[in-house]
Design a binder for this molecule. Structure first.
Ligand SMILES: O=P(O)(O)O[C@@H]1[C@@H](OP(=O)(O)O)[C@H](OP(=O)(O)O)[C@H](O)[C@H](OP(=O)(O)O)[C@H]1OP(=O)(O)O
Ligand SMILES: Nc1ncnc2c1ncn2[C@@H]1O[C@H](COP(=O)(O)OP(=O)(O)OP(=O)(O)O)[C@@H](O)[C@H]1O
Ligand SMILES: [Zn+2]
Length: 431
């Protein structure tokens, strides 16, 4: 960790965005080493009853789960854990050329305290209420800013997509009474609950199955639905600045349709409109193949939480709540899981957690018109489409590949049941 960021640097770092667990700062100083970088600082929940947002050092049971990766077990901070997890676990699954594990840097407590204050007015109110910057950590992760190209580009667009779960589960452990899960996507059902809880203004028509399909029409349809109701699933950056979609899930748009297209059109001088942008994105998705790898990783969740939860209790050596159910048939079925060798139970839970990361990460699809020769970097691909007489360089990176804490398993089970029950009670009769 050679780079040290202190309180004197605070004005160089500006709010760029945040998720539930981290806040991202963009660099606007003049050090060449930091140009085109973002700093990811950790947050802590203000509500102590909520499970931790990320693992710090691994618990004894987590050490069982990740025993096959010595570096993970030895890791001493959240940041190094995140780095090692992205490199050793997610990289091989998603493609190392689409992964940026970041670089650990030292940050002083005073710097983090000042950032807490300087970013306050830019943060969505609900995020401010839920979390604050963790000023007790002494490190942060430095990443490339994937909303821009590293070298000076006159013009670049980046589209951030959080695809969520792209398949319908078929596990035999899903109770018959929850069979709706085998017909309706988790995204759609969750939208219903989110609307009810006023977490969103309107249900999205986005269907992850469209995005993950190999059909250009369906991918286009998915992009259009994301555009119409972006929530936290869709954002557009022009030259690194957010121009569409927000950090606030309940903000519908930043901009109107026209000015969004105008902004891009005038800035590029390329007459790029929305259909053309969608066409370019579709091409990037198809050509890079990133969604195939993402889907395969998500599908490591073979048993569904309704199955994996039983293995979880075996891993933590606690009596599973299923032991007290009276339905003999069901008990026998769950016993099949409880009778598995412990290594298999560990594998089921590990795969579930890896899948959870893949269901929650985002993609940054960044492109710019090619000027002159093809770039030497292997990180970039090239695309051209008939309707646009121009070759584009593009790069695709996954962001937010953090390990999910083992202790979230019960939360996952409870949330799954809440989502399913709400949907059954309020929507199933309409099917
Ligand atoms: O459970 P989900 O599907 O709602 O996903 C959570 C996300 O909600 P959303 O995508 O809006 O539905 C949630 O996103 P938001 O806070 O809603 O933007 C987080 O990404 C959360 O992950 P973590 O707590 O930061 O590790 C996510 O939790 P995990 O399930 O990935 O652990
Ligand atoms: N390397 C990057 N380059 C550009 N922008 C980034 C980068 N990493 C993160 N961001 C921006 O910051 C936002 C929050 O980052 P990130 O998803 O890592 O946070 P998180 O708290 O881990 O998210 P989650 O809520 O999914 O747990 C992203 O949605 C994206 O807009
Ligand atoms: Zn059980």
């Amino acid at each position: 960790m050679e780079i040290v960021i202190t309180v004197e640097d605070v004005n160089d770092w500006v709010y760029k965005g945040e998720g539930a667990a981290n806040l991202i700062l963009g660099y606007q100083g003049s050090l060449p080493l930091l140009l085109g970088k973002v700093l990811r600082v950790q947050k802590v929940s203000k509500d102590e009853t909520i499970p931790p947002m990320a693992c710090a050092v691994l618990s004894t049971h987590e050490q069982l789960i990740w025993a096959n990766v010595a570096e993970l077990i030895e890791s001493k901070s959240k940041d190094s854990l995140a780095q090692i997890y992205a490199t050793h676990i997610m990289g091989p699954l998603l493609g190392t050329n689409h992964i940026d594990a970041g670089v650990r840097v030292s940050v002083s407590r005073e710097f983090l305290e000042k950032v807490e204050v300087s970013t306050l007015n830019f943060r969505p109110a609900w995020r401010r209420k839920a979390s604050r910057i963790d000023s007790l950590t002494n490190s942060a992760l430095l990443f490339s800013d994937h909303s821009v190209f590293p070298s000076n580009s006159t013009f670049s667009i980046a589209v951030e997509i959080k695809p969520k779960c792209g398949f319908i589960p078929s596990s035999e452990y899903i109770l018959d009474e929850n069979s709706i899960k085998k017909q309706v996507t988790r995204y759609k059902m969750h939208q219903a609950l989110k609307l009810h809880k006023k977490q969103i203004l309107e249900e999205s028509a986005y269907d992850p199955l469209d995005l993950f399909s190999h059909s250009k029409e369906r991918i286009h349809k998915a992009l259009n639905a994301l555009y119409l109701n972006p929530q936290n699933n869709f954002r557009v950056f022009l030259n690194g600045s957010l121009i569409y979609g927000g950090m606030d899930t309940d903000t519908k748009t930043h901009d109107t349709n026209n000015s969004f297209e105008e902004l891009i059109g005038t800035s590029s001088g390329l007459n790029l409109n929305l259909p053309k942008i969608f066409e370019l994105l579709t091409e990037m998705i198809s050509k890079s193949g990133v969604l195939n790898q993402l889907l395969e990783t998500q599908k490591l969740d073979v048993y569904d939480i309704e199955g994996a939860i039983h293995s979880y209790y075996d891993v933590i050596s606690q009596t599973c709540p299923c032991k007290s159910i009276s339905d003999k048939g069901l008990l026998e079925k769950f016993e099949k899981l409880h009778c598995l060798p412990i290594q298999k139970s560990i594998e089921i839970v590990r795969d579930y957690l890896v899948s959870a990361t893949a269901k929650d990460c985002s993609l940054m699809l960044c492109f710019r018109p090619r000027e002159g020769e093809a770039p030497a970097s292997e990180e970039y691909g090239s695309i051209s489409i008939e309707s646009v007489d121009q070759v584009y360089d593009y790069k695709v990176f996954f962001i937010d590949l953090d390990m999910k804490p083992l202790e979230k398993m019960v939360y996952y089970y409870d949330l799954d049941q809440k989502i399913t029950n709400f949907y059954k009670q309020n929507y199933q009769k309409l099917l």
